[in-house]
Design a protein around this ligand. Structure first.
Ligand SMILES: [Zn+2]
Length: 564
């Protein structure tokens, strides 16, 4: 059995089976039924929406041996020959390959002769905008005084390029672009008739890739059937299209929400390893943010059968709606900048990091950013942090005595606030998986605020982390890069201030070793940077500023923005 491509096999052969162009079909049906025939029709619309299919059905309606009607019989020799593409009085010309004026003139000279077999001689000129000016002039002569037996059916994707003298002599119909649900539904119908099994996710993917063209959708479906050996499944279709698994993108947004830039980059690496297209990924990401915003603002519009519905709803609940707007823009801009990036992955990664930089400064930032560094510290201070870990979702638990634990609890509270939203998707996350709080650094931040030190001593203290405190002995950690701060007078002053703070003499030691990055100085710097980022984001989101940027193709000089 020879395989016939679906696009040909399922090409609609009558008005009733034409999908998605009801408005055109209604008008044509009405005109044909009333026998009000025009001599020139123009079908406009993007590729693959059914222009030439409609032209052929119209040619049948005009030439069917059963008479001019909106329902050609489909079985007479005229109908069958038109369907088979061998009807002598149907002249199909593709102007994209046949633009020469001589050929056009010759074709039109034949128009004066009566049709050989049919009622009308039908000229179908596809991509008519491609004709040269002189070819248009040759056609215009026939259009001005058309012989009774001649009908023109013109089709174009670009009506703007057709001379107005030609346009004005045509009855124009604009064909609509096929919507994604319409294409998916049509594919589903075809597969049911063909007895081929398919899942909804696969059809959605195919429909989206077809970008409004039913013809493209059908040839993609052909490929998918061949690729899947008679089955159409989402994973195969995804592989065939090189489409990005939504799972990757959802993981990126999860990581974004957790403020975990490293995790975002890991996903990018994974995608690179599978040689997925980063351009497609950014496109999908913009689509994801669109869906998230819809889930936030019009949740009833999210399809019930969407496989990722639960995860999308959870993310929608956790993200700030205004940020989703910004994130969409960042994704779209990132895609536009992709050709300018050093390489595709770099462009993608920078877009992810921009999302990270502009995410609303969640109160959990301190805990989130320091999470990995804190883990090491957590072992040593397990005793202190266990109180926090035991009750991560209950920040109202009264803190045990001792201001140090209270401080660390306060720092961990925002994590507990953010986590439940993300936890909707993964309810099985055990509390222990939460980033542990930072009791040690928390202590130090707190302590430093109360210390009576200034100048070099304060400078030194701000770049230190508390390593341990036992009895009257305090050990601080200072990154080797800041060793210049370690001067005897400063250390002595700091030791004295610590003694005053604890109400008993303290022995201070400062070790030169790598810090976790959670020094008071680092936090202060990050706060400044976040305030700056927020200020930049606010300016960038300002309607007036955006208009100016669009209008003049201007660029914001970010360093000129100062947070208020
Ligand atoms: Zn017929």
């Amino acid at each position: 059995m020879s395989y016939q491509v679906l696009a040909r096999k399922w090409r609609p052969r009558n008005f009733a089976s034409l999908v998605g162009q009801e408005h055109v079909v209604r008008a044509l049906t009405h005109a044909l039924t009333a026998q009000r025939l025009h001599h020139a029709y123009l079908f406009t619309g993007t590729r693959g929406v059914g222009k030439t299919t409609l032209a052929r059905i119209l040619a049948k309606a005009l030439n069917c041996e059963a008479g001019v009607s909106a329902t050609p019989c489909g079985s007479c020799s005229a109908c069958q020959e038109i369907d088979g593409g061998r009807f002598v009085d149907l002249l199909e010309v593709d102007a994209a390959t046949n633009t020469k004026v001589d050929e056009m003139r010759q074709l039109l000279e034949n128009a004066v002769y009566a049709p050989t077999r049919g009622r009308f001689k039908v000229y179908v000129i596809d991509e008519v905008h491609m004709l040269s000016n002189s070819a248009f002039n040759a056609m215009l002569k026939t259009l001005e005084e058309p012989p009774e037996h001649v009908k023109f059916i013109l089709a174009t994707t670009d009506p703007q390029k057709i001379p107005v003298t030609v346009l004005s002599r045509c009855l124009q119909f604009n064909l609509k672009q096929m919507t994604q649900p319409l294409i998916a539904a049509h594919l589903k119908q075809i597969l049911e008739d063909e007895a081929i099994s398919a899942d909804a996710g696969a059809l959605q993917l195919l429909a989206r890739s077809a970008a409004g063209s039913m013809r493209d959708a059908l040839s993609l479906l052909d490929q998918a059937i061949a690729h899947g050996a008679g089955k159409v499944e989402e994973a195969q279709v995804r592989e065939m299209l090189g489409a990005v698994d939504l799972d990757h993108l959802l993981s990126i947004v999860d990581a974004l929400l957790a403020g975990d830039a490293a995790a975002m980059l890991r996903v990018a690496d994974e995608m690179a390893a599978r040689s997925l297209s980063f351009d497609a990924a950014l496109q999908e990401m913009a689509a994801l943010f669109t869906r998230l915003q819809i889930a936030q603002l019009a949740p009833q519009a999210i399809a019930d059968d969407l496989p990722e519905r639960l995860r999308i709803e959870a993310l929608a609940a956790a993200l700030d709606p205004e940020f989703v707007q910004l994130a969409y823009q960042i994704a779209v801009h990132g895609r536009r900048e992709l050709p300018l990036a050093p390489d595709e992955q770099a462009g993608f990664v920078m877009t992810l990091l921009r999302l990270h930089a502009f995410r609303p400064a969640l109160a959990s930032d301190d805990a989130g950013a320091g999470a990995s560094a804190t883990r090491a510290v957590a072992d040593r201070s397990a005793a202190t942090s266990s109180a926090v870990l035991a009750s991560p979702a209950a920040p109202r638990t009264p803190p045990p005595a001792g201001s140090s634990t209270a401080a660390s609890l306060a720092r961990s509270t925002p994590v507990a606030v953010v986590q439940p939203a993300a936890a909707v998707a993964t309810p099985s996350v055990p509390p222990a998986a939460l980033p542990p709080a930072t009791p040690t650094t928390g202590d130090w931040h707190e302590m430093l605020a109360a210390l009576k030190v200034s100048g070099m001593a304060r400078e030194l203290a701000q770049h230190c982390e508390l390593r341990e405190r036992q009895g009257g002995r305090i050990v601080l950690r200072l990154a080797p890069a800041h060793r210049h701060l370690l001067m005897k007078p400063a250390q002595d002053k700091l030791q004295q201030a610590l003694g005053e703070y604890f109400g008993s003499p303290q022995q201070l030691a400062v070790e030169l070793e790598a810090t976790s990055g959670e020094t008071p100085a680092a936090s202060a710097q990050r706060d400044r940077r976040q305030r700056q980022d927020r200020a930049i984001a606010a300016v960038e989101q300002d309607g007036f500023v955006r208009e100016v940027i669009e209008m003049f193709d201007a660029t914001l000089i970010e360093s000129s923005i100062k947070p208020v």
